[in-house]
Design a protein around this ligand. Structure first.
Ligand SMILES: [Zn+2]
Ligand SMILES: [Zn+2]
Length: 215
């Protein structure tokens, strides 16, 4: 499995192109906007995109989904249906944040905890990780030791919980019960900022380090 991060939108959101090296088939995760730029990156890598994956319904992650799906003629998978209110409201979120082209969409599949998504000969697991939004999902490959976690966890921080449907305690639970069991050696791509590993965050993250929960 290979991946490149394509920063998009004024929020510098880490759209990720991920693919199977054997078949060169892949997926675009969180195409928040700048769709021309994403299409160019896909062409440069020579990847045949066969699906779009969405972690959650915020504009910077989902604002370009409908346009990219139309242009590539591919299905959309995710987020969890509890983010439907955000996905339905994308045009509205777009006009508030200056994304003129953002449109609502209906994914071919709303994802649930325990689902799998695949492209080429690669398969990734799905975990439902509410807290930043109620329907946030993350994607992981236990063998490749990689996870795409959207706005659940960042290097040195966690997702905001002051937006509609956010909840701080739920987010902490998602991180500790859904992410940590995947393994300390998992490298994760966040929705914003640099890469890190779960092990590093368990040591030093000021919100979710293990020592903060020691009893
Ligand atoms: Zn978000
Ligand atoms: Zn974001």
């Amino acid at each position: 499995m290979k991946a490149v991060v394509i920063p998009v939108t004024p929020f510098a959101q880490n759209c990720t192109l991920i693919w199977c090296e054997k078949t060169m088939k892949g997926a675009v995760v969180d195409p928040g906007g700048d769709v021309d730029h994403i299409v160019k990156a896909i062409e440069e890598q020579g990847v045949e995109v066969d699906r779009i994956l969405v972690t959650h319904g915020h504009i910077d992650h989902a604002g370009g989904v409908a346009e990219l799906a139309d242009r590539l003629g591919v299905p959309i998978e995710g987020p969890h249906e509890e983010d439907r209110f955000l996905v339905d409201g994308l045009a509205d979120q777009g006009s508030r944040f200056g994304f003129a082209d953002a449109r609502a969409f209906t994914p071919q599949r709303w994802l649930q905890d325990g689902d799998e998504v695949s492209f080429g000969e690669e398969t990734m697991g799905v975990r439902h990780c509410p807290g930043h939004t109620p329907g946030h999902v993350i994607f992981f490959d236990a063998a490749a030791k990689v996870a795409l976690v959207g706005d659940v966890l960042f290097q040195g921080s966690i997702g905001r919980t002051d937006l509609p449907g956010g909840d701080h305690d739920t987010l902490l639970r998602s991180i500790r019960e859904q992410l940590w069991p995947l393994g300390d050696d998992i490298t994760f791509v966040s929705g914003h900022g640099p890469l890190s590993t779960f092990g590093q965050e368990r040591q030093s993250n000021p919100f979710v380090a293990d020592r903060l929960f020691a009893s």
